[in-house]
Every structure is written in C-alpha cells, then in structure tokens.
Design a protein around this ligand. Sequence first.
Ligand SMILES: Cc1ncc(C[n+]2csc(CCOP(=O)(O)OP(=O)(O)O)c2C)c(N)n1
Ligand SMILES: [Mg+2]
Length: 786
Amino acid sequence: MSRESERLDLLSALSRKALWLSSWTIHHANHIRPNSDGLKVGGHQASSASLATIMSALYFAVLRPEDRVAVKPHASPVFHAIQYLFGRQSRDKLENFRGFKGAQSYPSRTKDTDDVDFSTGSVGLGVAQTLFSSLVQDYVKSHGWMKDRTEGRMIALVGDAEMDEGNIFEALLEGWKHGLRNTWWVVDYNRQSLDAVVREGLWEKFETMFRNFGWDVVIVKYGRLMQAAFTEPGGEALKRWIDNCPNQLYAALCFQGGAAFRKHLEDEIGDQGVVSQLIARRSDEALLALMSNLGGHDMASMVGAFEAIDHNRPVCFIAYTIKGVGLPFQGHKDNHAGLMTVAQMEKWRAAQNIRAGHEWDKFEGLTQDPAALEAFLAEVPFNRGGQRRLSADVLDVPDRLAFTPAAVMSTQQGFGLVLNELARGDSALASRIVTASPDVTVSTNLGAWVNRRGLFARAERADLFRSEKIPSTFNWEFSPKGQHIELGIAEMNLFILASALGLSHAINGERLLPIVTLYDPFIERGLDALNYACYQDARFMVVATPSGITLAPEGGAHQSIATPLIGMAQDGLASFEPAFVDELAAIMGWGFRHMQAEAGGSLYLRLSTRTVDQPQRIMTSELQRDIVEGAYWLRQPGPNAEAIVAYTGAVASEAIEAVGFIGESRRDVGLLAITSADRLHAGWTAARRLRRDRRGVQHLSHIEKLLAPLPRDCGIVSVIDGHPATLGWLGSVRGQRLEALGVERFGQTGTIGDLYRASGIDANAIIDAAESLTAGAPVLHRKMAV
Ligand SMILES: Cc1ncc(C[n+]2csc(CCOP(=O)(O)OP(=O)(O)O)c2C)c(N)n1
Ligand SMILES: [Mg+2]
C-alpha cells in the first residue's frame, strides 16, 4: 500500500469508528442507561452520520492546533466520539450523554470538557461566530499581538437548512466589508432539514451568493467510487441521471436500498447495452454503496478538497451527503429524530464485527493493526500543539475612572466622557478596549473615543472629508491600529462580534475588552446572539442608549419597555441602570474587572439621553461598593418610616421631587437609588439559597440589609422607565406592601412630561401611590403643568 492509501485507509477506519461510537452513544442514552425519563434523543443520529466522514477528515487529517471549529449542533455525538478517540473524552461522559453533567447534547464551550471551541445550538450563530472570530484574529494580528503564533482557520460545519438563518447572510455581508480571510464553511448538503427535503437547486443559489461575496466555492459532489464508475462505458448516462434526480427521490431511494435504485435506473436509463451492463455488474449492495458514495462520505474526496486549498480567502465547501448514511433510516424524510431499534442496532453491531460488551473499545471490529491506529492518532497534526485553550493576564483597572464633571448631564454623555478620558491616556486598559457599534457610533456618544483612537481596518484608509478640508466634528481614519470596528446596522452581528472579541483571551491568548453600543430597544433584535455570547462565556460590555419612553419625541417605535427584565433574566450578564454619571463611572470600573474575573461575566448598561442635575458628592469606597451591589439610600429613611420610594434610572428627578412632597405629610420617608435591580435580586436569591443550604449561616443580602431598618408596615413605591415587574419583587424581601410604577404600553411621541404623566411614572403618580399605601392626611401634589 502506498503511504497515501495507507493514510486514507486509517482515516476511513477512524471515521467508521467515530460513526459507530456516536451511534452507540445515542443508543446507550436511549436504551441502556437507566432513569433516562423515557426521553428519547431526537435529531442526533441521522445528522451525526451525515457529517462523520467530513469531521473525521478534518480532525484526523486537516486541522491544525490553531484552527477553531463550530460544529453543527446535532453533530455533537460525532464530535464527542472523535474526542474520545483522541483520549480527551471519557467513557463516563459518553455513557451519560444528555444526562446530568454528561457530554452535552449540543457542543458547549463551558459545559463540555473535551475542547469545544465554540458552542452551538441555536442554528446559524456558531456559523457567524467563526467569521467574526476570524476578523478578531485579524484585529489581534494588526495590533502586533500575534507574537509567534500561526494564524488559525475558523471553520464552521453548517447544515444546509441551517443556511435559512438570516444572521448568516448578515454576517456574510459584514465579512465582505472587512476583507474576511481564513474562514471555511463546510455545508453538509444532505438536502434534508428537520421536517422536510430542501428545494431543488439550492446549491446553485449558495454557489452564486458565496462567489458574489468573494468566497472560493468548492463543490464536493461525487466520491471516488462514483468518479470511477463515470469513466466506465455508460458512466456518463449514470452521472446525468444522478445530476437530474430530484432530492426527494434520491433520498427515498437511499432509504429503500440497492434494488430500488436498480429498478429506477433500469426503467429510466437502461439501454440493454453499456448502461444496463454497468448496473448489472453490481450486486444490490454494491449498487447502494456506489449510489451513496457522495463526496461528503468519501474520505479521499474530502481530504483532497480540503488539502487543495492554497490561499487564505474564505472558502465555502458544499459537500453532498445523505442524512443518516449507513443507518437503516438513511435518506428517510422523517429521520431527523430517527433512532435505531434494539434489533436494528444488534444487526448493525454484528455487521461491524463488534462483540457484545466491547462496544466502547476504541478499535473493536477494525481490521487495521491497533498499534498502527494508535500511532496514527498520536501523530494527528491537530493534537501537536498541546493546550488549545489559551489565557491572558488580567489588566489593571484604576480604582476610579475619571471624567470631566458637569452640573447637569445625561448618563449617555457621561459614558462618552469616561471613554474620552480613557482615550486621552495611555493605559494598558485603554489599549485593549475595542468598541463597535451598528451604525450608531455617534448617536451613542462614541464619537470622541473614535476621534482619538481611530477606526480599525487591515489597511489604512484616509478620511476623504478631512483631506478635502471639509469641516466635520469627526475625524475618522481607518488604520490597522484603530480601536473601533464600524459595523452595519445588523444587531445580530454586533453581538456575535462581541462574542468573538470577548473570547479573544481564550482563542488568541490576548485580552480584549469589547464595548458595544446600540439603541436599547434594538437589543431585542440581537437577543438570541446576545444570549449565545453569554452562554459561551464571552466577556463584553453592552451600552444601550437611549432607552425607555424617556426618549420621548422618538415615539413608540424607538422606546424600550422589556429590556430591564431581559437584563435581569439574562444569565452571564450583570445589568445596571445608573441615574448619575458618578455611578456610571463606578460601574464601568467594576465592569472592566468583572469582565476579566474567572467567575465574572459581561455587563449591560442601560443609559439615557435625559440630562439631570448631578449630585455634588464624594465617591467614597462604601458608596462605590453599594452602587455596584445595586442600591444605596439617596435619602436615608428615619426609624419610623411610613413610606419609601425606590427608583431606577432616568426617573430619579421625579422620585426626588415626589419624596419632597410626600415627606411633608408622612414620617421619615426614604429614597432608595437602585442602580441594578439585577444584582440586587441575584444577591437576594443567593443569600436565601446559602441560608437554606447551610443552616445557621446568618448571611444577609444587600437589599435585605438596606430594608432591615424599615418598619414592617412601611409602604414601598417603586418606579422605573421600564416594565414595573423589574422592581415589583422588592415588596417580598421583607413582606412590605408595594406599588410598582412603570411602563406597560407602547409609548408615543411627546415631551418627557407628557409621557411620564401618561404612563404614570411622574412625580404625581409616585405621590398618589405613596398615598394609597399609607394612612394620613392627603399629600400635597406637584402643581400640574399648564
Ligand atoms: C434557531 C433554531 N431554530 C430551530 C432549531 C431546531 N432545529 C434543530 S436542527 C434543525 C434542522 C437542521 O437541518 P440541517 O441544518 O439541514 O441539519 P441536518 O439535520 O440535515 O444535519 C432545526 C430546525 C434550532 N436548533 N435552532
Ligand atoms: Mg440538512
């Protein structure tokens, strides 16, 4: 055997093994493992089989340690099987596939222990993640931080129906704008989705589109068996038949087997001559092997296609496959959740010479010499680099972030001032900040930062307005050292870029501190991508501004209601809504530390364009700590408080004003400034859990301590420019009556006063609520505007 055919022989053997192990993993979870709640595994077996050869070609031959892969969610069992063969996945975890702490149903960076580069699950997102990771690698390289590391290829294994997801197309466009390199997308063209068989000719649409965006497109349609058959007499007719066969029929015949193919071929192209002979020379079994030898199932074709790439332009491989190949339900349109019965599995096991009880043995049933297989695995290039998950040092963050104070300003302005101050300096911290915004750079106040730090592009590009001497407030030159990444409007791209930037320490070994800005309501447009970024523990700061009905004249289409609840509910994201700029500076400082901490996370800052009087005060370390924990008393309640007002964000002025009025006829009224409903609530939950789990522990959470001095019958009025449920839980902390004010309906255009009044979050509404919670003389109200 030549060296190459020996290599292909070993690769094919390992690929068969990966398919076996993935199927056995699924079978085990369904039929053997006790207590699986009768929940059957869906959508894994057929999808995994479809990719077994392609993934084996990649992992066992083509990948290098610096390459990073997003594996299609349902190919998780093959991924785990390959890692098992590498010795990086335990039998325990495979036996517990989809079980508690077992190998994950969908590859997970944080939960799996076998070297998952990018999590996948919500289809489309992992695909875009590879594209943005490649741009981030370019960013790191352009800034001179690659050191001696080799550029990696970012590779996604994509389902053909996954390509329906719009975010992939949004990413494609953005990639083109930024001169994307080093990215491979391998489309598993099995022409099946979950429910259906895909439209005819889809590949042509893909091909044209990818070429349009400057990608190389490689179509791997025929395996070596097919290619050989095409050279036989009658082979051309066979090829034509294959090319013209509708997807549905091809899939159905693969399911039915060799005899069904024979009947169709004879009826449709049988000529009593060379074509009939070509068919007749093959047994049913051989005919099925031939007809299912599509490129994506042929090791030589796949390795050949991958290894032929000699450039770093992005490449889309369209690899023809059969969903469920080799399994009893191959090609069947209902096979997405298909499972082998115990009897079918027994038959398949026997056919592969796997002895009962030896199902997990690495090389069981293979005819190759185990020593040769072991030696081959030890030499796989992918494994030669050692640890693939990298880390980076923690950057120093000053105790206090500076800004130029003004008596009256908005938190959005303050954000610009803090960044401007960082941009003016030369700290290591500032050098690692990367900003990005989906076409709202100026309107979210990043202008000053960008003026100082510049836009990022791999090649210099001058600001023509500047060279033409046309006055502009913004001096925007693109350079490889720029620190702002200009994005198009697609918010999904923003969050996936944040995800890629926010994993740079692990992927590139170089820490980046991404700050991404957008209008608050459009968080919802990118929400799944934001969730995805948090799920894989990327670290970033989202600055969302303006927000709520406070951007009054903009109207209901631009106002946000649900985002404070999103901020509370999103795991991995600490959410804040400061009212004053000194609070914001304290939060950002803490945020940069939180983004770098082992057990830290990302941040969401909900800001406003409303200018408010800034408190003249000294930021003590206690105040700073309270702000970060989520609340402090802006006006301390007295010992016999009858009512307190708890507010968040831009309605601070209304709350302050209302407390003045309420205080005239109610005792000891307090004003609680809530900077983070999220952190407060999380602290409260954690304290209860701790007390329950470790009886006798006296730990009180921040909110419990703050509310402790209040009498039990003290009423609480909460108010926020957002959904009232955000603060509604405060009444449960100590069992006090609470009236939650907030916004529940789409807003409209108007002044802030108009809209606050209409939504019941103005000073009078707060006074009304306090009155209804307390006994006593009527409270004087604020004068109505005339
Ligand atoms: C955003 C999202 N929507 C729906 C699903 C459910 N889902 C999982 S796989 C799948 C179909 C996948 O088809 P394809 O991409 O062609 O992969 P194949 O199963 O053919 O391998 C669907 C709809 C999902 N995982 N994510
Ligand atoms: Mg498919």
